[in-house]
Design a protein around this ligand. Structure first.
Ligand SMILES: Cc1cc2nc3c(=O)[nH]c(=O)nc-3n(C[C@H](O)[C@H](O)[C@H](O)COP(=O)(O)OP(=O)(O)OC[C@H]3O[C@@H](n4cnc5c(N)ncnc54)[C@H](O)[C@@H]3O)c2cc1C
Length: 385
């Protein structure tokens, strides 16, 4: 774990205690900054079900001291399998690239504990309503707070971003997904490779997809995909007859899915922001680059960019923070932009149903090591020309 403390006296205000905000705050605090996070929610918790993490985010978790806790209740499935109309099309193991599946609450708790250990102050029920590029935030209470660095990690509906007026494009894909955590039900599922991630696709007679992701010995993340305009497929609680008729082999887990509390259908959102920083305000995570989950890289990119922002801001000499953030965006952004573009392509074409999507090119950000100072020289070989 890194504990450089060469920037004592600098202060950061962070909006949002999601994966991006917690990562940025921890990495800054470990470098000597005083850091305060504002979370509008009354509680510190992550909504949602499961998540796939890759080498890039695992490296960040190691660097900020959250890795051991994450590893203690997560798993690496033997294969990522894709099935199309019940035929197995591909088994991918990513050639030894580290990857992990886990629940979102567990990842959030691990990041939160790392932030608290680093001395980050966290204010719940504290909504940031606007930010000023010169280094000021305003809270819903009317209070204003000054900082050397403001981090907008407040997700797709970022008020930091929108109050400053960053030029942006936002759109929703035609497809979306119902995300749930259910018991593994291994014994009832019968014989089969039930430790794999299995991406089940049916396009005929209609598009219904099930992403099956074991997270540990007890919990299964199950994501049920249907078009936004399919009232029956996107319905919550789920229509059990519809889903079991498409996927009878998954009946035990679908039965639990039908009883899940607070099920929600999530549309795939994309946010493209013309620039990631203005003055001493930086955007990270979904505030800057929400993307469809085709390559499972939204949180990975969020954590990578949050971490590299903290390093770049710390290395900036006094009075040179804005220039350092400009360089940070120039260096890091192309990787995220390419990943976002590929994710949007997959979401638009549903080409993941063909399997074998994890080519070297598509794994570019997953392979990336945000903690390696020589990373830009090393990653040229997998970048698109
Ligand atoms: C279906 C689906 C599956 C996905 N699967 C994966 C996957 O397998 N792997 C992966 O890497 N990524 C995945 N992603 C993407 C990933 O979930 C997101 O990219 C990631 O959660 C973004 O984190 P964040 O911290 O930027 O934003 P958020 O998680 O949205 O956190 C923002 C935080 O800010 C708070 N907030 C909002 N507004 C304010 C305000 N004004 N003031 C104060 N606080 C505020 C919110 O309450 C929240 O706590 C998936 C996304 C979807 C939709």
């Amino acid at each position: 774990m890194e504990t450089t403390s060469n920037r004592r006296g600098r202060h950061a205000e962070v909006s949002g205690a999601g994966f991006a905000g917690l990562t940025a705050a921890t990495a800054l605090a470990q470098r000597g900054w005083t850091v305060r996070i504002h979370e509008m929610g009354a509680e510190l918790r992550e909504q949602g079900a499961g998540i796939v993490l890759w080498h890039n985010s695992l490296k960040v978790l190691k660097a900020i001291g959250a890795y051991d806790e994450v590893m203690a209740d997560s798993m690496t499935p033997p294969w990522y399998e894709t099935r199309f109309q019940h035929d197995s099309l591909s088994h991918e193991d990513f050639g030894g690239l580290p990857w992990r599946t886990l629940t979102r609450p567990h990842l959030h708790k691990s990041l939160l504990n790392a932030a608290l250990r680093a001395g980050v102050e966290i204010c719940t029920g504290s909504e940031v309503v606007s930010a000023d590029p010169r280094g000021r935030i305003t809270l819903a209470s009317g209070e204003t707070l000054d900082a050397d660095l403001v981090v907008g990690a407040d997700g797709v509906k970022s008020k930091v971003r929108d109050s400053i007026g960053f030029a942006q494009e936002r759109w929703k894909s035609g497809d979306g997904i119902i995300r749930l955590l259910v018991p593994r039900h291994r014994a009832e599922l019968g014989p089969g490779e039930w430790d794999n991630v299995i991406d089940f696709w049916n396009l005929d007679p209609r598009y219904l997809r099930v992403l099956y992701v074991p997270c540990n010995e007890r919990e299964l993340y199950i994501a049920l995909g249907a078009p936004r305009d399919d009232e029956q497929g996107s319905r919550t609680p789920i229509d059990l007859d519809l889903w079991t008729s498409a996927y009878p082999e998954l009946t035990p887990v679908l039965r639990s899915a039908a009883q899940a509390r607070d099920p929600r259908y999530y549309g795939y959102e994309t946010t493209y922001v013309a620039e990631w920083r203005r003055g001493v305000v930086a955007l990270v995570g979904d505030a800057a680059h929400a993307m469809p989950p085709a390559l499972a890289q939204g949180a990975g990119c969020a954590m990578a960019n949050a971490y590299t922002l903290a390093v770049a801001a710390t290395e900036a000499a006094d009075g040179e923070l804005e220039e350092a953030m400009e360089r940070w965006e120039q260096l890091e952004r192309p990787f995220t932009d390419r990943c976002q573009q590929r994710s949007a392509d997959f979401a638009a074409t549903r080409r993941m149903a063909e399997g074998s999507q994890f080519t070297l090119e598509n794994l570019e950000t997953a392979i990336y090591d945000p903690t390696n100072p020589n990373r830009h020289a090393l990653s040229v070989s997998v970048a698109r020309p």
